[in-house]
Ligand binder design. Structure first.
Ligand code: DP6
Length: 373
């Protein structure tokens, strides 16, 4: 017989960035980080895991294509999950011996595998959660985050919905380097995200290699992990707990800027942002200047796409400014009136030429078990 289980897992976008490893083998970070889990209605990975004695070997299919599973990261996830299942089987002889059967994993995104859309985070979170469901493991999301972390660092935060911290930990074996919940999505129901997709091409320098180059060569990086990130972590948790958008926004923007400054300080330098990204920053600044307070925040990962966080109560001012220039770009949901003249002419022109699609989304839940095979 074939045993089967499935899950979905969300994308997360960090507001205090993970950038740097202290142990590349265990995938342990140089600093803690915080992210916001985005709504799975717009962005999610759906993964089914099955196992059977009739399968010949472990396999993984990603968006219809056979994917290489020989990499150390995927192998670490398989090994850890099998060990947990084997422990259950050892304690209860009546359980089927799933841990010894080959695994078949089938994974699909509901969004294009585009640069900087954090598909590895949703991907590894879904892989780990799907196998955990198949094996009926009693492990909590935090326990599973330890495994997902070894697949991809940012994946550990996609085991939760809402606002999520990855605590770096200080143990050498990594057993305390895991994700935990800062606040549920419902804690701050007005939070929204607008993604300006500036490129669908595969990114130049992978985050895995980029962050190692930064650790090895950047002098600014030392200041970032010793002072800037600890301060940002404290301020960000506070801002989330108190639903203080202005603080949330300032820390998000400062932390993104600090991360990209460390990339520029890497030798040779790494550039993830491009002219379109910088135009998006100018646009957010104009929106905030027009409002007379901070109502929008930008953040950028290891690619040029801009994620803008804002509150629903300010949607007319924030979205309206972008609709004026990007109204014909695919992805807009109806019903937003254009706010004329907020953006500078040159900024508007760069955005019009460079933004290929927009994704309007919000904050969402963690992995959801599914029978949709
Ligand atoms: C800029 O999680 O992709 O998105 O652990 O090597 O797989 P690996 O790196 P990855 O790095 C993400 C970096 C980031 C910031 C973040 O998500 O915190």
């Amino acid at each position: 017989s074939v045993y089967r289980a499935g899950t979905t897992a969300p994308v997360n976008i960090a507001v205090v960035k993970y950038w740097g490893k202290r142990d590349a083998k265990l995938n342990l970070p140089t600093n803690s980080s915080i992210s916001v889990t985005l709504s799975q209605a717009d962005l999610r990975t759906l993964t089914t895991a099955s196992c059977s004695t009739t399968f010949t070997e472990d396999s993984l299919t990603l968006n219809g294509e056979v994917s290489d599973i020989s990499g150390a990261r995927t192998q670490a996830c398989f090994r850890e999950l099998r060990a947990r299942r084997a422990a259950l089987e050892a304690a209860n002889a009546s359980l089927p011996k799933l841990s010894t059967m080959p695994l078949k994993i089938v994974s699909e995104n509901n969004f294009p595998t585009a640069a900087g859309l954090a598909s590895s985070a949703a991907g590894f979170a879904a892989l780990v959660q799907a196998i955990a469901n198949l094996y009926e493991l009693p492990d909590s999301p935090s326990d599973l985050s330890l495994i997902a972390r070894q697949g991809s660092g940012s994946a550990c935060r996609s085991l939760f919905g809402g606002y999520v911290a990855w605590r770096m930990g200080d143990k050498e074996d990594g057993s305390d380097s895991k994700a935990d919940l800062v606040a549920e999505a419902s804690h701050w129901p007005g939070m929204r995200a607008l993604i300006l997709v500036a490129s669908a091409a595969k990114k130049g320098v992978s985050s895995t290699s980029g962050m190692q180059q930064t650790v090895a060569t950047s002098g600014l990086f030392k200041e970032r992990i010793e002072r800037i990130v600890p301060d940002n972590m404290a301020a960000m948790e506070d801002a989330i707990h108190n639903r203080n958008f202005e603080k949330f926004a300032e820390v998000s923007m400062r932390d993104s800027n600090s991360f990209h400054a460390c990339c520029a300080d890497t030798y040779p330098p790494i550039f993830y942002m491009n002219d379109v990204s910088r135009a998006a920053i100018r646009a957010v600044e104009s929106i905030n200047a027009k409002a007379g307070k901070t109502i929008a925040a930008y953040t950028f990962d290891a690619g040029p796409n801009c994620v803008v966080y804002y509150l629903d109560e300010n949607k007319d001012a924030v979205l309206g400014a972008f609709v004026e220039t990007l109204g014909s770009t695919s992805g807009w949901k109806a019903g937003i009136g254009a706010q004329v003249g907020v953006l500078d002419e040159t900024v508007a022109e760069i955005l019009r030429d460079g933004v290929t699609r927009v994704i309007m989304t919000g904050v969402g839940e963690g992995p959801i078990k599914t029978d949709e095979f």
